[in-house]
Ligand binder design. Structure first.
Ligand code: PAF
Length: 290
């Protein structure tokens, strides 16, 4: 695996691959890799000849008071895992390489609508930061495909829209959530949890499963969501949001069948997110109109 820090080196390396007609996949990460990231690399390897992963803790997507400084940085371990996983190129630029004029002077990419509400509501500017850095990586790598985790459901929707709206010839592949045995979705932020909080954390997924079952059996959505929030508070979480949306993140309507339950909740120092798809029964049973 080649580890590259400079934009010029990345461009010339990828030009060679492209000239040989090789298909390139990109897996953008912020490092501190776990099995969820390795599933992205695996997916990329299945769809392309050359796998490029980026490792960049992107300051633009962190708000004031968020965990930019404390975000886990484990470069050598990440490098070793990427080699083991069969990654060909690791692009790990410095902040000044990507934002040479500083963040304030930086052109930003804003994806309207789908980036509003949910995480976009509680983390203002977050998706502009994600969209900007992902656009930059897409421009630098010019991948044929790019893989993103479905745990960040809204992020995936934002990136799909970004690629569509800007006519980028990149196929975006969503990769299913990887969970620990007890159901907790893997996340770099799980490392912030104390032993006791880690034992509580799977209640987030258990709650989503219980809510999905209730919704699929026709219980009214508003009642189910209220019960879900109460259950999360009882378990020790502070819910940021718990919402039912259609699969494209629009509001559910009586016609919606494929929906998704999305949650973000604080547990101690960690803000955890998760989601679960729901097959809604007939409108009369869902109670959406009640
Ligand atoms: O999902 C992430 O790790 C980040 O948001 C991403 C896509 C690498 C952009 O910084």
């Amino acid at each position: 695996m080649r580890t590259l820090r400079e934009i010029n080196e990345l461009r010339s390396t990828l030009r060679d691959y492209r000239q040989r007609g090789q298909r390139i996949a990109l897996v953008p990460t912020m490092g501190n890799l776990h099995a969820g990231h390795l599933a992205l690399i695996d997916c990329a390897r299945k769809h392309a000849d050359i796998v490029v992963s980026s490792l960049f803790v992107n300051p633009m997507q962190f708000g004031p008071g968020e965990d930019l400084d404390g975000y886990p940085r484990t470069f050598s371990a990440d490098q070793a895992q990427l080699v083991e996983a069969g990654c060909d190129v690791l692009f790990a630029p410095t902040v000044s390489a990507l934002y040479p004029n500083g963040l304030d002077a930086q052109t930003r990419v804003h994806v309207p609508e789908v980036g509003e509400g949910l995480c976009g509501g509680s983390r203002p500017g977050h998706f502009d930061g994600v969209s900007t850095v992902v656009s930059m990586l897409f421009n630098l790598v010019q991948p044929d495909i790019a893989c993103f985790g479905e745990k960040d459901y809204q992020q995936l929707a934002v990136i799909r829209k970004l690629v569509r709206d800007l006519h980028m010839p990149i196929e975006i592949i969503g990769v299913p959530i990887v969970r620990a045995e007890d159901g907790l979705a893997l996340s770099s932020r799980n490392g912030y949890l104390s032993e006791q909080e880690r034992a509580t954390a799977p209640a987030l997924y258990r709650t989503l499963c219980a809510l999905r079952d209730a919704l699929e059996s026709g219980e009214p959505a508003d009642k189910v969501l209220d019960q879900g929030k109460a259950r999360l508070y009882e378990a020790g979480f502070t819910p940021d949001y718990l919402e039912l949306r259609d699969a494209s993140l629009a509001s559910v309507s009586p016609a919606t069948r494929h929906a998704v339950l999305l949650v973000a909740a604080k547990l101690g120092p960690a803000r955890l997110i998760d989601n679960l798809s729901v097959q809604l029964p007939t409108p009369a049973q869902t109670g959406i109109n009640k």
